[in-house]
Design a protein around this ligand. Sequence first.
Ligand code: SAH
Ligand code: SF4
Ligand code: F3S
Length: 438
Amino acid sequence: MVRYFIWTIGCQMNKAESQRIAGYLDVAGYQAAASFSDADLVVLNTCVVRQSAENKVLGTLGLLKGLKNEHPNLQILVTGCWVNSNAQELKKRFPHVNLLFKPGDYHELIAWGQKQGMLVEERPLHYPFPALKTSTHYNDARMTSSPCTFVPIIQGCDNFCSYCIVPYRRGREVSRPMEEIVYEVKELVRQGIKEITLLGQNVDSYGHDLPKHPDLADLLNELNNIDGLVRIRFLTNHPKDISLKLIDAVASLNKVCEHLELPVQAGDDDILKAMRRGYNVERYRELVHTIRREISQISLGTDIIVGFPSETEEQFEHSLSLVKDIKFDVVHVAAYSPRPGTLAWREYQDNIPASVKKDRLNKIEELQTAVASEINSQLQGKEVEILVEGRKKGKWFGRTRSNKLVFFEDAGDWLGQLAIIRIEKTSPWSLRGKVKNN
Ligand code: SAH
Ligand code: SF4
Ligand code: F3S
């Protein structure tokens, strides 16, 4: 029996692609292993969005070199955004790697597998059924399959924000035809999936490159009609591409959850301009105002970068004020990291000291912890509905439609069920309560 282990870092797109690779390996008769050391084949699914991610990749490759010295038959496959057109050069630098393939280039994986005598079935890539394996958790010494899964709908990015490497590694935007996505989601639902998260680096620009130009709202309308599907989410939105039609779809479609990821990146107009984001702070605030007016109970998440080249203390304070005023449910904050090849890397010096970046990052996080603590405490004593995704440390967990993580204890089998939970304890990161509908 051949066993595989997939190591994944980076965004949800990578997680979705790892699920799909697992699907191919399962079809080939391989079995999931619990760690590197139990595996005969490992796949590294890499990210290079910041230097810290790239360092993790290099560290893990080093670790695997050691493992391979002990087990010369270990097969090492590498994919994700670390792999690009320089694959040949990487192959020379890392001779212990058996195969490098670009993100989503399953043909390469399959061709390699067939050469190894693996029975990897080639299927039409637009009907990716081998990927129907749902995310698996190893909890309480037994495996449970999550009722939630990712569905990539648009690949790549056309935006070229000045700091970002993603367009260079993932290429231009390519949308999948609507019929294909609907077909795939129906198939997923037939296999037990209850919640899907539609993925794209720029998910709200879906469809502009397709014949007849359907948009994300059209797709949501179609998906909302699928019997058995309970919840629909989508990420990540670009503020400049969110339309009123999309906001209206979220407000009116019963399966589309009340949560939007809307990365702002900075709260200062000059920084936003240097980042090439295509909106200013006022437009962003107006957008949030419109969204909140149209969709009651909407929860909002955002991303912020601190320490962009030449960011002054005052400009940073503008980001801080925005976080204070808007009261996001979640804020992901990152310190600026120069990425070779990007515009910001070419044009600007990375001139904010690491200690200042760290200090700014901590300030945003501290403020957001207080904001989230306040928002979540309002749920104390309230009843919320969650879709139960799995178990962690003896407790069931799931999310509210607004994407809040909720834990509860119960002896019953709740996997994939909707549970009504009365919230007894809240924190900035999660909630805890008792099930009411058992
Ligand atoms: N397409 C999404 C996410 C892209 S990458 C968007 O437009 O927001 C995920 C996050 O990583 C970004 O939102 C950004 O906050 C962060 N990021 C991207 N490049 C970065 C860099 N060079 N340094 C620090 N953070 C970065
Ligand atoms: Fe990167 Fe900007 Fe594209 Fe997001 S929208 S992936 S931050 S270039
Ligand atoms: Fe990382 Fe690539 Fe996603 S660089 S954030 S894995 S698109």
